[in-house]
Design a protein around this ligand. Structure first.
Ligand code: NDP
Ligand code: MG
Length: 388
């Protein structure tokens, strides 16, 4: 029997790659649901190609248009992640990929943590803000969790054979983005077009900007702290422009594991899909030129000051992480809309996070998804009233 799978955010960079892996193995997989926010054309194309019966289009306008145009084609079209429950029913499906961007990913993550045997999550915002809630569900529903962010997938593969207490130190690598060697004094001249040109990875716009400011690494350290139950002082960031090594795990038995692969997210995606039944993946031959030229450095915190945010974060998953994600989101979109320059993007994120009122949230743990979404909406409203 074919294994049932869903892709939440199938029109994005990771969703698309997941779809392409499954496409090569139609005889073993049945995609029962695909989702998009606005990209109707793409999701319909995917649904037609794989004979998928259910799609969710979360944008209301696009949903209405799509219902008029495509409903008759033996296709059920929904508007809300709530409908996932009806689509799947009571029996767990084999695999879910959560590849939505932003905190909207938390809702399907929680729903699918009850309804999937294997839950693959690349959406880092939900793992940063809602890990304590997600983790409870994973335990309660005995769901196998697979992190897909390449650094975390690497750590995850190593820690399958060790316990968290065996870890002395984890190093997460950062490509350094397009501005690793770019002079700081010219930062205010950086345009969205320039910042969106990542040297190694082709990703969605939001994460590409985060990658250039190194906020993406701040997020990934929090993600690693949550997922692997580590304290912040056990996690370091290293710049590594080749993006060949994703994580280095120093164990307290004297052994250090270095996990490397080409900078292609298909590798963690493929392995997460085939975690039960192993399947070979075609990759390039080992390149000694790359291996002989691996280079690692500490982050220049003067140039990338957002990394210093890590010095003031609470150890336990708190509501403050929701503020961190929301504030960053807000200013990244302002930069993409050319409302602020690159220098301001970095300064405003740091300055806004210093607002005294936000401090108290470092001590409050999120009890449920509403706590997180309510705070996000409150902070977004507050930010929209700022004159910048
Ligand atoms: P993309 O922007 O390429 O894709 C995002 C997907 O989510 C699209 O399908 C998009 O629909 C959908 N979406 C966007 N906004 C909403 C919303 N409000 N409600 C419902 N669906 C929405 O992102 P990426 O694939 O690059 O990244 C996805 C996640 O994975 C992010 O959290 C990112 O940080 C993380 N990640 C990505 C990596 C990468 O290599 N790309 C690597 C590691 C982590 P539509 O097409 O209509 O916009
Ligand atoms: Mg990553």
């Amino acid at each position: 029997m074919k294994k049932k799978v869903v892709i939440i955010g199938s029109t994005g960079s990771i969703g698309f790659k997941t779809f392409n892996v499954l496409k090569k193995d139609k005889k073993n997989f049945d995609i029962i649901l695909l989702t998009t926010h606005k990209n109707v054309r793409q999701v319909i194309k995917q649904a037609t190609e794989f004979k998928v019966k259910n799609i969710i289009i979360t944008d209301k306008k696009k949903f209405n248009l799509a219902v008029k145009k495509y409903s008759k084609n033996n296709l059920n079209i929904f508007n809300d992640f709530e409908s996932i429950k009806n689509i799947i029913g009571r029996k767990k499906i084999y695999y879910s990929m959560i590849s939505v961007s932003g905190l909207e990913g938390l809702k399907p993550t929680l729903i699918l943590s009850e309804l999937s045997k294997n839950l693959a999550v690349v959406n880092k915002e939900s793992l940063i803000c809602g890990w304590s809630i997600i983790q409870k569900k994973l335990i309660k529903f005995k769901t196998n969790f697979i992190p897909i962010d390449s650094e975390h997938y690497s750590i995850f593969t190593v820690l399958k054979n060790y316990s968290y207490s065996d870890v002395e130190k984890v190093y997460i690598t950062a490509s350094g983005g397009p501005f690793l060697k770019y002079p700081k004094r010219k930062f205010k001249l950086i345009t969205p077009k320039k910042a969106l040109k990542h040297p190694n990875w082709k990703m969605g716009k939001k994460i590409t900007i985060d990658s250039s400011t190194l906020m993406n690494k701040v997020f990934e350290v929090i993600e690693a702290k949550n997922l692997f139950n580590l304290s912040y002082n056990k996690i370091s960031i290293l710049t590594h422009p080749k993006s060949y090594v994703h994580a280095i795990i120093k164990l307290n038995n004297g052994i250090t594991k270095i996990i490397a692969h080409d900078p292609d997210m298909t590798i963690p995606i493929h392995n997460s899909i085939y975690s039960d039944i192993r399947k070979k993946i075609k990759t390039k031959e080992l390149n000694f030129k790359i291996l002989n030229n691996l280079s690692f450095n500490n982050v220049d915190k003067k140039k990338f000051p957002l990394v210093k945010l890590l010095d003031h974060l609470p150890l336990k998953n708190s509501l403050y992480e929701t503020i961190l994600v929301t504030v960053n989101d807000f200013f990244v979109y302002k930069f993409l809309e050319k409302k602020i320059n690159y220098d301001k993007l970095i300064n405003l994120i740091s300055k806004t996070l210093n607002i005294k009122e936000f401090d108290k949230f470092k001590k409050i743990r999120p009890k449920n998804i509403n706590d997180i979404y309510k705070l996000r909406d409150y902070v977004s409203l507050k930010l929209s009233r700022l004159s910048i």
